[in-house]
Design a protein around this ligand. Structure first.
Ligand SMILES: [Zn+2]
Length: 422
């Protein structure tokens, strides 16, 4: 990372020489445009409005798989700020266009509608001093509010971008939503039309360029079941599961790239004096490296199959216990290289504004474009978040305008052509 910052600094110091004019890491050049400077200033000046939107969006419930009500509010907001062709796709993603001088490159910038909170959660947002409190206030009501603010800032300054932008409020980012909004966006709604992708997710000024992929399974072990004394001698689904868990616990995985496994939930059985007819477990495996993820996934399948065979062998009942493995989560791994134009542009934008944001990794909407080789990053929406995914989630608004301002300049940078000037 130190190397990248050195490179960025060197290019900024070199100024706007013609051969460098199209370099995505020339952040200072972007700010030479008076309209862009005006947009960046507007982004800061409108922060009170941004925070009001953030609060307003957040007080509309958006439980997993039930994002429609919040989606409707974003649809109205997109229309009010003048986005064109505002539409809702098959899965519930809300889209709106801001055409530039040409249709390509097309940048998609997205924030997610859904929360982790179930139906019935009190989503009232309160304010204490500089701090907003409410479930989802940072993750990702902040991203949604910043999306709308970018449009306002660009409009107020009459910025015309080179390429075009599609703003997206998407569904299914969290948990078992399993990135279904992004899978639909890249697979059908805008298939082949997206050149660059940014997701604004959560808080701070970091830049995520590595996608941690995950596979999640629910495994159900089944057998005939019976009386613990009277039917003794039957193969036992929960004992088979225990064998599987013991094997999983012994997996050896790479420390770098970090690769992980976890049996997170178990259940089953009817009573202490019954041989169970069913047991189940939920397993999560993660890595930023697709091959390492595939390797731990293969170990998992083998462990379950061997555990079942051992349990049946132990009681001399071939095929009595069975196991069904249902893939309930599949987030592909991937990454955008550190020296790619989109990452360099994001670092240059931070640098031009005098902000620092570290490069990081995570599981976000960008997993899908990264796995497809489409340049993508996820950035924070500014401010400081605490307690994401908890009922006392907080958003500290101190200097939160920086996130709006950074996102606005980033959008401008990412609609530029990067090819060398002829
Ligand atoms: Zn999020």
């Amino acid at each position: 990372m130190r190397l990248t910052f050195t490179l960025v600094a060197a290019c900024v110091l070199a100024g706007a020489a013609p051969a460098r004019a199209q370099m995505p890491d020339d952040g200072a050049r972007l700010l030479q445009d008076a309209a862009v400077r005006a947009a960046v200033e507007a982004a800061r000046a409108h922060e009170a409005q941004t925070l009001m939107d953030q609060q307003r969006f957040c007080q509309v419930p958006a439980p997993p798989f039930m994002e429609a009500a919040r989606g409707e509010v974003l649809k109205q907001a997109f229309e009010q700020v003048g986005l064109q062709n505002v539409r809702v796709d098959r899965v519930g993603n809300v889209l709106g266009d801001r055409p530039g001088r040409s249709p390509r490159p097309r940048l998609v910038i997205a924030g997610h509608l859904d929360t982790v909170f179930p139906e019935g959660t009190d989503v009232t947002v309160t304010r204490e001093g500089d701090v907003l409190k409410g479930p989802g206030i940072g993750d990702d009501c902040r991203g949604l509010a910043v999306l709308v603010s970018i449009v306002r800032a660009l409009n107020q300054a009459n910025v015309v971008t080179e390429g075009s932008i599609t703003f997206v409020a998407d569904v299914g980012e969290e948990g078992l939503g399993d990135l279904r909004g992004m899978k639909a966006l890249f697979g059908e709604t805008m298939k082949g039309e997206i050149d660059r992708f940014v997701s604004i997710d959560g808080t701070g000024l970091g830049i995520t360029r590595v996608a941690v992929g995950s596979h999640r399974y629910r495994v159900t072990f089944k057998g005939p079941g019976g009386h613990s004394f009277g039917a003794f001698g039957l193969a036992n689904p929960i004992q088979a599961m225990g064998r599987a868990i013991a094997k999983i616990g012994e997996f050896q995985v790479a420390a770098r790239p970090k690769t992980t496994f976890n049996v997170g939930r178990v259940g089953g059985g009817t009573s202490v004096n019954s041989i169970p007819f069913e047991g189940w477990m939920e397993v999560d495996m993660r890595s930023s490296d697709p091959a390492s993820l595939a390797a731990v996934d293969a170990q998992f399948h083998l462990a379950v199959d061997e555990a079942v065979a051992e349990e049946n062998r132990r009681w001399n009942h071939p095929d009595m216990v069975t196991a069904e493995k249902d893939l309930v989560g599949d987030r592909p791994a991937g990454n955008t290289p550190e020296d790619s134009p989109i990452v360099r542009a994001a670092l240059a934008v931070n640098q031009a504004l005098g902000f620092t944001g570290n490069l990081g990794e995570g599981s976000t909407d960008s997993n899908i474009p990264m796995s497809l080789g489409i340049p993508a990053i996820t950035v924070g929406g500014g401010g400081q978040g605490r307690g994401a995914h908890s009922l006392d989630e907080q958003f500290d608004t101190t200097d939160s305008w920086k996130g709006t301002q950074r996102a606005t300049l980033l959008v401008f940078a990412l609609t530029q052509r990067w090819e060398a000037t002829p």
